[in-house]
Design a protein around this ligand. Structure first.
Ligand code: FE2
Length: 376
């Protein structure tokens, strides 16, 4: 078996980085029940509910909660009426990520730059105003029905956006989740390079690395992956496509249930994965579990690490090493009824990789669940 992870990072000139994205501003989930989704991120993942929009705040169309943990900001929204576009989205996809929003200085410039390079507009630059200032956005489509919203908060001092009011009575017990590390998209067979080109040409991203796992594709639910990264390196979007194999790829299972390409997983950084995962488990979060034999070979594979191997094993955490250092990671089971989106918890000790050395063990664990669902 050979799995190659090739690093292809090159320094980027300011001109090539025409979008000048500062960071991921928020990730917006369209769900069936925003109140309960809020409760899940709050009580299971330790996000703090900070803002609400809904009937009580003058929003007659949808209920929406904003939650934060470190710099990670998630928004969950559900419609009040079947005619609303959130209802249509939810009917097709179930709960899922609609928007991956990025903060920029100039939403007009971002929209012009991307749409003139072939990006499909979701909405032209617009301003929403209230007593707290002007909230400026523009948006384009990426894979499937997913959108990238450009956000400029420079002249907005309110909580999140107009119609949202602060939530003051909900304290959270943080699990140590600090920031979004990367967001992975699943696209159809043969479409990975199309979307790699989209991120390069339309958004000025560069390819950071690729995973070519054709040697395991005949035996395991395989995938191909390329990682795109923006100019300042804060935004990383790996793109997966299914690879041909003897069994149904986990990416195909996703596409069968999400019905279009979409966000497969969000990786969230922690500074102490042992503490984070211990607490998440206590809160009821369910994780993929690799076989115990994984841990027999681990010391030889990754060498010495700071963390206690026994704790790593007990919690089911995975470890991978490359020339830059190592990383620890773990993946949840799907977080909604459909076997679509899941969450990754990751801690980096130098390594800027994605855990390619864990793919085989991880795929086997996912496959076992696919089999239980009758989808292998
Ligand atoms: Fe990941």
């Amino acid at each position: 078996m050979t799995i190659q992870a090739k690093s292809e990072s090159r320094p980027m000139t300011e001109e090539a980085d025409f979008l000048q994205i500062k960071s991921i501003d928020h990730i917006h989930f369209y769900v069936g029940n925003a109140k309960q989704a809020m409760y899940y991120w709050w009580k299971a993942f330790g996000f703090k509910p900070v803002a609400y929009s809904g009937l009580e705040t003058g929003n007659r169309e949808f209920a929406s909660y904003v939650l934060e943990s470190g710099t990670a900001r998630f928004v969950v929204s559900a419609p009040y009426a079947p005619s609303h576009q959130i209802a249509a989205h939810h009917m097709v996809h179930g709960d899922g990520v609609k928007v991956i929003a990025m903060e920029v200085d100039d939403v007009e410039k971002a929209w012009q730059a991307t749409t003139s390079r072939g990006g499909k507009s979701a909405w032209a630059p617009r301003e929403e105003k209230d007593d707290h200032g002007i909230y400026r956005t523009s948006a384009i489509y990426t894979y499937g029905e997913t959108q990238h919203v450009f956000v400029d908060r420079g002249d907005y001092k309110g909580v999140f956006a107009p119609t949202y009011r602060p939530i003051k009575d909900k304290e959270a017990q943080s699990t140590g989740l600090a920031a979004v590390d990367h967001v992975v998209g699943n696209v159809q067979f043969g479409k990975m390079d199309h979307w790699v080109n989209f991120y390069h040409q339309v958004m000025g991203f560069r390819q950071l690395m690729h995973f070519d796992d054709k040697d395991i594709s005949t035996e395991y639910s395989a995938l191909m992956s390329k990682v795109m990264q923006n100019g300042n390196g804060r935004v990383k979007f790996p793109i997966n496509e299914p690879a041909e194999g003897r069994r149904k790829s986990q990416i195909e299972e996703y596409l069968d249930y999400y019905l279009t390409p979409g966000a497969q997983h969000i990786a969230i950084i922690t500074g102490d994965i042992l503490k984070t995962v211990e607490q998440l488990r206590r809160n009821g979060v369910e994780f993929q579990r690799v076989p115990d034999t994984y841990y027999d070979a681990l010391p030889d594979r990754v060498g010495s690490i700071k963390e206690n191997m026994k704790d790593i094993h007990e919690l089911g955490i995975l470890v991978d090493r490359d020339d830059e250092g190592y990383l620890l990671q773990i993946f949840t089971k799907p977080i909604q009824d459909r076997p679509t989106m899941f969450v990754e918890i990751i801690q980096r000790h130098g390594s800027q990789g994605f855990g390619v050395g864990n793919f085989k063990a991880l795929f086997e664990s996912i496959e076992a669940d696919q089999e239980k669902r009758g989808n292998l």
